[in-house]
Design a protein around this ligand. Structure first.
Ligand code: ATP
Ligand code: MG
Length: 421
């Protein structure tokens, strides 16, 4: 991609009303556009990041047997009345509207009811179980506050997986598989070290659920963590958790702000009983299906990465989710020889399958470097007249600031050997 053709431009200032660091940086760098509080556009660069996150999520969901589907946003009130989740008293985040033909309609804020209803068509025997299904789909929620940039919006992507089991053992195995998939997802996205599986409030059927909480000052949640022992407890349930059972004392737990990037939940038979999702067991008896639900917010995860890894110069993307691996910054391109050289490198990277953003714009070096730091691609490769004369390229690692002067062969060898690029 040539930066001269990119319709987005960087900005010196973020909108005055934007308080969250993730949104300030992402807006300035041209990854996202704020349409209004709680609603953002994902521009070409931002969409590339989200798609990489979604690809990682898909790979891990498929690896544990999740089958991808896609369910509608429009919701039938009658279905939600069966679980008593239609009224605004019970659920305070509904967006609702009316049909021209008459009657209410809702905009989906989660999909337990919908997926349970669908599965009534396909589950009749214990032989049909267990299995799981997921989607990456747009949710609508009438959030009271939307001050955390892309981490809390009123329209957002969610990956929601639902599991269906005949026995508690089957359910427990799927719950554990999902937990392990979540660990891999957050590792691959680049926030694994700071993200903890956390005891959280459960609900009707299990004492606790688990949240994936990333320790960060910008977080809206509060958790108590013992990083050494890998134990974390949401403050909401601190009183209820038996710490001695976990092998940790209250003194070892450190209070921290955190961001909930995902959660996993045992639903028991709450939804299957209310909606009538049953199967015949081996003795021919009708039993309700045991369910679980498992959510991740791709945009909240993206915002968390920005918040956690950015430095004073701008965004720092981990290689796995960077929109491009290399920022090829061309200086002195008015010199035809330098320009030819830069074009050659751009093509050579592309031929090798390395994703490159080529800053071919007619700007001063200082502006190009400032933009490059703000955009945060993992590697900056500088092509200049000076480099041309020496036969080398300046390769700068964004995360560490390490500078290497490499010949063309050394540079390609470096990228060919790097499994991430
Ligand atoms: P919170 O307590 O932060 O409101 P939640 O418990 O309502 O989150 P879930 O309903 O479990 O969240 O949604 C699953 C995941 O979707 C969350 O872990 C989070 O990553 C993401 N998510 C939830 N609400 C939002 C939102 N308003 N904007 C962006 N992502 C969200
Ligand atoms: Mg919420």
């Amino acid at each position: 991609m040539r930066q001269s053709k990119l319709f987005t431009k960087t900005k010196r200032e973020a909108p005055a009303d934007e308080v969250a660091k993730n949104a300030q940086l992402l807006i300035r760098a041209g990854y996202i556009y704020k349409n209004m509080a709680g609603a953002y556009s994902f521009l070409p660069l931002g969409l590339r990041v989200i798609e990489k996150i979604n690809r990682i999520i898909r790979e891990e969901m498929n690896a544990i047997g999740g089958q991808e589907l896609y369910m509608p946003s429009l919701q039938d009130p009658e279905l939600w009345k069966k679980t008593d989740r239609w009224s605004d008293e019970k659920v305070d985040v509904w967006f609702k509207s009316e049909l021209q033909a008459g009657g209410d309609i809702g905009f989906g804020w989660t999909h337990e009811e919908v997926v349970t209803d669908i599965m009534r068509q396909y589950v009749s025997s214990y032989k049909d179980l267990p299995f799981s299904a997921y989607q990456i789909q747009t949710k609508f929620r009438n959030e009271v506050r939307a001050k955390s940039g892309i981490m809390r919006t009123r329209e957002f992507w969610m990956k929601d997986l639902y599991s269906f089991a005949a026995t508690q053992e089957q359910h427990d195995a799927m719950y554990e598989a999902a937990a392990q998939a979540y660990e891999r997802i957050f590792d691959r996205i680049g926030i694994g070290e700071k993200t903890h599986k956390t005891f959280a409030s459960g609900g009707a059927f299990s004492k606790f659920s688990h949240e994936y909480q990333t320790l960060a000052e910008a977080g809206e949640d509060v958790v108590y963590v013992c990083e050494e022992k890998g134990i974390a407890v949401n403050e909401e349930v601190l009183e209820e958790v038996d710490l001695s059972e976990l092998g940790v004392t209250r003194e070892e737990l450190v209070k921290s702000k955190s961001i909930e990037v995902g959660n996993i939940f045992s639903l028991g038979t709450k939804f299957s009983e209310a909606i009538g999702l049953t199967f015949k067991d081996e003795t021919g008896e009708n039993c309700p299906v045991i369910m679980g639900s498992y959510g991740i917010g791709p945009a909240r995860s993206m915002g968390t990465v920005v918040d956690l890894l950015a430095d004073e110069k701008g965004i720092v993307w981990p290689e796995n989710i960077a929109p491009f691996a290399v920022h090829l910054v061309g200086l002195n391109l008015e010199d035809p020889e330098v320009n030819d050289w830069a074009e050659g490198v751009y093509n050579a990277f592309s031929d090798r399958g390395v994703e490159v953003l080529f800053d071919d714009r007619d700007l001063r070096p200082g502006e190009k470097f400032a933009d490059s730091d703000l955009l945060g691609l993992p590697y900056r490769v500088v092509v200049s007249r000076k480099g041309k004369e020496a036969g080398t390229f300046e390769v700068v690692t964004r995360k560490t600031g390490e500078v290497r002067n490499l010949t063309e062969e050394e540079m390609y060898a470096d990228f060919d050997n790097d499994p991430e690029t």
